[in-house]
Design a protein around this ligand. Sequence first.
Ligand code: COA
Length: 146
Amino acid sequence: MHAFDIRIGSDQMDIVLIHRFLTEESYWARGISYDIVANAVKHSFCIGVFIDDRQVAFGRLITDYTTFGWLADFFVLTPYRGRGLSKAMLSTLMEQSWTSGLRRLMLNTSDAHGLYRQYGFEQPANTATLMEVYRPKAHLETGHRR
Ligand SMILES: CC(C)(COP(=O)(O)OP(=O)(O)OC[C@H]1O[C@@H](n2cnc3c(N)ncnc32)[C@H](O)[C@@H]1OP(=O)(O)O)[C@@H](O)C(=O)NCCC(=O)NCCS
C-alpha cells in the first residue's frame, strides 16, 4: 500500500475533490453546490488523507471545540477503501487534545455502525430526548443556496 499522510485544517482540503464526491457519489448530499461545500468545510474541523499529495478521504467535525461535535461528510474514495484509512482519520480526530472534553459527539450513518462503534459511538440509549429539524433536501432548495 502507498504511504499516506493525514492533514488537518480547512485550508489543507481539496474542496473540488470533496465537492465532486459529495455531489456525485454520496447517498446524503447528491446535487449539493460547490459553494455550500466550501462554506461547510471552512466552518468545520477537517481531516483528510493524502496519497502522493492527492486527497483520497475526508471527514469533518462540526464543533465548538468545547462541548459538542457532529461528524459529517465522512468518506474514503472507492479505490482506497478497505485499507484502514477511515480508522486513521477517526484515530486522528479522537486524539485531538480537545475531543476528549466534548460532552457529546454525534453522527448519522446508514450502515457503518461497526466502524464508529470502535471509537466509542453507540446508538443513543434514550432517543426520546432527541429532537430535530430535518430538511434532507435543504441543499437543493433555491432559497437555501449560497
Ligand atoms: C464507510 C467508509 C468511510 C469506511 O472506510 P474504509 O476505509 O473502507 O474502512 P476501513 O477499511 O478503514 O474499515 C475500518 C473498519 O470498519 C469496518 N467498516 C467499514 N465500513 C463498514 C460498514 N459500512 N459497516 C460496518 N463496518 C464497516 C470495517 O469492517 C473495518 O473493521 P475492522 O476494524 O474490524 O477491520 C467507506 O466505506 C466509505 O467512504 N463509504 C461511502 C461513504 C459512507 O458511507 N460514509 C459514511 C457515512 S456515515
